[in-house]
Ligand binder design. Sequence first.
Ligand code: KIV
Length: 267
Amino acid sequence: MNSAKITADALRAMKARGEKIAALTAYDHPTARLLDEAGVPLLLVGDSLGMVVLGYPDTTFVTMAEMEHHVRAAARAQPRALLAADLPYHSCDTVADAAANARRLVAAGAEAVKAEGGRDILPQVRAIVAAGIPFLGHLGMLPQRVREEGGYHVKGKAAPEHLALLADADALAAAGAFAVVLELVTPPVAREITRRIPIPTLGIGSGPDCDGQILVTPDLLGLSPDYIPKHVKFRGHLGEQARDIVATWREMVTRRREPAVGDAPPK
Ligand code: KIV
């Protein structure tokens, strides 16, 4: 296997070659290592960590300090994959904040940053790119706006929303984004954007025709405690397995039966 470090340019080249990109979130050192060993080329320290790791109701509670903490942990895995990190809620409201907070994430170990929005954040995107930091866009359902929007709604059904998505995708590509996440975009619109822009699209709940797919890793592994989104069709059941292993071990301990070498944990 080619062991060269994955860069933003390498991901763009994958689109040019028609190679699909499988991206996942990683919030800690062991997960980043595991996903890297599995050959995933793009790891995202997503602010979804607020929900799946920190127990917040949505991503708007995540702070820069929390993002830096998790970026440092994932970066210690020194993955071959490109390690991107989310700019959390209100961390890039101004151009100065965007550039300063992107630099903080890079200082913590991120190799690229992601922010939610299109034409509304173009000056911030340009400042990040001008600082030499690879930028990953995020269009469609924007989780940081979940409270304003009253839920997680599919985007692109009505003509004005469809046209706005095309214009936002064009603008991000022109501003120098190396790829764009399309979250809960109707599959025909996601396909149209994918054909239209020169940079890779990474779909999440946006149909099969994007240049790649991105998932929240605990959703894929079956570790999310409360809710698994509908678009996660292929998934494991590690949460149930972990509970069984712990329950069996607890039983052994409480019955004063020493676990022995060769005891098989439950399947
Ligand atoms: O925060 C996150 O994990 C994300 C992915 C769902 C793309 O933005």
